[in-house]
Design a protein around this ligand. Sequence first.
Ligand SMILES: NC(=O)c1ccc[n+]([C@@H]2O[C@H](COP(=O)([O-])OP(=O)(O)OC[C@H]3O[C@@H](n4cnc5c(N)ncnc54)[C@H](OP(=O)(O)O)[C@@H]3O)[C@@H](O)[C@H]2O)c1
Length: 283
Amino acid sequence: MKYLMHKGYNIPLIGFGTWNIGDYKNKEKDEINTMVYGIKNHDMTLIDTAEMYGDGRSERLVSSVIKEFDRDKLFIVGKILPTNAKDGLYIESCKRSLENLGIKYFDLYLLHWNIGLDLNDMVKNMEKLKSVGLIKEWGVSNFDVSDMEELFRCKDGDKCFLNQVLYNMCARGIEYDLIPWCKAHNVAVMAYSPLCNSKADRECVTNNKAIKDIALRNDRSECSLMLSFVIRNSDVITVVKTSSITHLDSNIKNVFNPLNDGSLEEINRIYPAPSKKVPLKTI
Ligand SMILES: NC(=O)c1ccc[n+]([C@@H]2O[C@H](COP(=O)([O-])OP(=O)(O)OC[C@H]3O[C@@H](n4cnc5c(N)ncnc54)[C@H](OP(=O)(O)O)[C@@H]3O)[C@@H](O)[C@H]2O)c1
């Protein structure tokens, strides 16, 4: 595993996404086994959860995964729904998620997305969660540059630890302004859906003949190449969902090895970097 050092924390560059996990009884065994395997064999100690995922089912499934590990060795991210981001409900939501997960604190707690909330209140409530020890750090998700600017105008807004946003080979808009903005303001970036989320979108990439050639030349699978691309500068963390040990192994194999000369230029020709502002994509 490779790590990003941010504000005193060593965070794995690749962690587990858990959206849709725990939704089907017949998949639970594979979901648990894959995560346990990834933590043990690939040091994937970063786990991204949210109260929204399966209305708590995903958090409860993760509790079965993490119970056999030393809590302090894990970096667990939670997300509060914007509809619960109201005075009073913060503590309730956070405690409910922690109970589902069977843990006492979140390493990082994010506002899942913004629906025109008063960000001053959000910061105040997040800082309160920190002060009572329910979370160590707080951050945001799906915030574009203008949202980040608004956040930083709030008292203590600059204590935001991280922004979790959509980023993959086919959705590169954040390279133009959001990544540079976050770097300049010491906010880490976490990429979600690094494999494009949907099978159809992912296969547009993985079935592309030129991408297949680049992956082959770099001795890794097409999915591993997609992950290598996202973490290529070791400045973006990513979370990927898989419930298959075979997929996991192929995603991780050689993923941290630098890409051969010319590979990035070829990828840029197929999926160009943004040359102007692109509004942040979300799913
Ligand atoms: N903050 C937000 O608003 C937000 C939004 C979306 C996602 N997220 C977070 O980001 C995480 C990751 O994003 P995501 O789940 O949307 O999508 P993703 O990680 O880009 O893709 C997940 C899909 O890829 C498949 N997959 C994984 N490895 C594969 C391989 N080697 N070959 C073929 N298929 C493979 C998985 O199926 P298998 O299980 O069969 O491998 C799964 O269907 C989420 O789980 C969630 O934690 C956050």
